[in-house]
Design a protein. Structure first.
Length: 279
């Protein structure tokens, strides 16, 4: 779809399942399962939602999903389907990996950063987008390299350390930044120390990629959050701020793990209205 001078394409790169308790934390199952039914193992359907944007002649990728490096055991655990869908989708758009100018990752968890790297025919790690500038909060990188015991399993070093090792493809941020004209990154923290939200602006129009600040449509309720959030109160504060802006200025929101109509608008009273041109 066209949003001002932004050309936007939505990609659901991976389909998988996550534990309902992980996704909704202290929210009682009797409430969340009305919207996201769980299977016999208490798992709910998820997608990795990525955004491709063309602006001012540049190609910007936000989120890369799980990628193709997941072990067979782990892939079975999360019922992963359609891995590495991003490169096929880019090909359909006529975009080669070396034509991507900028890559934004909201944070470095395995289900968001897995597609930053891949293995070549000999099994060696390589960058998926070798010519792109990768924008990451320094606080996120430092924590991902040395995570606490609770978060350790959420980070896979092979996903992101090659960006720095011999490639110098990463640009570290310290808080909010406009990395390209109209391309803003807001440091929100909460879910992880360096979580960020991408806000693309074209005049008075804007599109925000929420990352795990807002995973799915049920999380459009401020107090509904993931059990994986490190700072829940900060999540609530940042969600409230984002929702107020999105509703007031009619921002397009893209929800990171929503498998059914993940892009839309907040109407009066917080009602969700999907954007039919991005499905």
């Amino acid at each position: 779809m066209q949003l001002g001078d932004l050309e936007l394409h939505l990609l659901l790169t991976d389909h998988w399942k996550a534990d309902g308790g992980l996704m909704f934390g202290v929210v009682p199952k009797v409430l969340w399962e009305k919207q996201k039914p769980a299977d016999g193992k208490n798992m709910i359907d998820c997608s990795c939602v990525c955004l491709i944007a063309r602006k001012d002649g540049r190609v910007i990728v936000c989120e890369t999903g799980i990628g193709s490096k997941l072990s067979e055991k782990r892939a079975q655990q999360v019922a992963l389907r359609e891995p590495e869908g991003m490169l096929h989708a880019l090909k359909r758009l006529g975009i080669r990996p070396d034509e991507v100018d900028a890559v934004v990752t909201t944070h470095l968890h395995w289900d968001h950063a897995g597609g930053l790297t891949r293995r070549d025919e000999l099994g060696a790690l390589e960058l998926t987008f070798p010519r792109a500038r990768h924008f990451i909060q320094k606080s996120e990188w430092d924590f991902a390299v040395h995570p606490d015991v609770r978060s350790k399993s959420s980070y896979v070093l092979d996903d992101f350390t090659p960006l720095l090792d011999g490639n110098r493809a990463v640009e570290f941020l310290d808080g909010d930044a406009e990395v390209l004209p109209g391309v803003h990154l807001r440091h929100v923290g909460g879910h992880t120390p360096g979580s960020q939200v991408l806000i693309l602006q074209s005049g008075e129009l804007a599109c925000a990629v929420t990352g795990d600040l807002v995973c799915q449509t049920p999380h459009l309720r401020v107090p509904w959050n993931m059990s994986a959030d490190l700072e829940p109160l900060r999540v609530f504060q940042q969600k409230s701020r984002l929702f107020e802006e999105a509703e007031k200025h009619r921002w397009l929101l893209v929800l990171s793990h929503e498998p059914d109509q993940p892009a839309g608008y907040l109407e009066d009273g917080g009602q969700w209205r999907p954007e039919p041109r991005l499905t």
